[in-house]
Design a protein around this ligand. Sequence first.
Ligand SMILES: Cc1cc2ncn([C@H]3O[C@H](COP(=O)(O)O)[C@@H](O)[C@H]3O)c2cc1C
Ligand SMILES: O=C(O)c1cccnc1
Length: 351
Amino acid sequence: MQKFDIESLSTELDDRILNKINGKTKPIGSLGVLEKIAFQIGKIQNSLSPEIVNPTVVVFAGDHGIADDGVSFYPKSVSYQMLYNYMQGGAAINVFSRQHGIDFKVVDAGIDHDFDPSLNIINKKIAYGTKNYRFEPAMSKDQCLEGFKRGADVIEEIHKEGCNFIAFGEKGIGNTSSAALILSLLADITLDECVGRGTGLDSKGVKSKFNLLNEALSKYDGSKDPIDVLTQFGGFEVVMIAGAMLKAAELRMTMLIDGFIITSALLAASKINSKVLEYCLFAHKSNEKAHIKMLNHLNAEPILDIGMRLGEGTGAVVCYPIVKSAVQFINEMASFKEAGVSESEEVETIS
Ligand SMILES: Cc1cc2ncn([C@H]3O[C@H](COP(=O)(O)O)[C@@H](O)[C@H]3O)c2cc1C
Ligand SMILES: O=C(O)c1cccnc1
């Protein structure tokens, strides 16, 4: 496994960042979560004037052998078909990233389809989908480690283009199953609490999904080592995202974390190096039922709770303007001093 050298955020500027936030022409604390976001991005960038440069969302896509067993409401073929949709600009993630001026990239981590090289898809394919983990591990350990490396390489390239702010998206029919198994093993939560509707299974569908995943789980040794868990139950997109996150933290990029699947990749990454969490903002609480348990395990407070459960990075991109407002206010709002407005302790009390 390559080493990821992640620095813990320094507390050196804490007082000065806080003073700057508190010195703005507003009651102390009145910008709520925006103040927390501005404080954290200031710490990540080691700056009193943080900036968002070339914000990018990168969608990693991979197919899942388990999808052949009907764990999703949709067929496996939707994965590659959606990549064509992305390239034509017609998916939700295209719409929202265009709306907010966010650069959009797609990586083929392991889709069961050959794409024409003229399409603007970054080819990091490890294999044509994972194996069905009901019968054998999803991937080999070498493939898993290679996935970490390729994900890290993608981020290194994006960082070279000047980007300092990244959101991750995913595409892969069946990947809420991987995420549920990762959550169950790495957070030690019983599997039935982790399995949810995904793309829209009814309660009978969820029960059958649980039975299949429970059968799969019973065939392995229950190892809680993150590489073992990903090798057994991961998706190529999940593994690459975990590697990308560790590299993004090493490069001191701010990450805006999406829903259930992206958070499962972060959960695995955090078991490799927990400092990765210091570089993350949590965009939203997904309607996939176990996402809140995952967030709680990571001690993470989501910014939004608006009933989304799509993935692709959409929750993160929809949350982006809020994060932008945080960066904007710390840079552009006048202080009490600049505006000649009296601060509370200077206000004469009426006797
Ligand atoms: C048209 C369509 C677009 C999507 N975009 C993201 N997902 C999301 O749903 C899938 C995960 O749910 P499950 O585990 O139930 O398959 C992933 O592909 C995820 O990206 C989509 C799903 C569909 C059907
Ligand atoms: O929260 C998510 O990321 C999610 C939930 C259901 C289906 N796809 C993604």
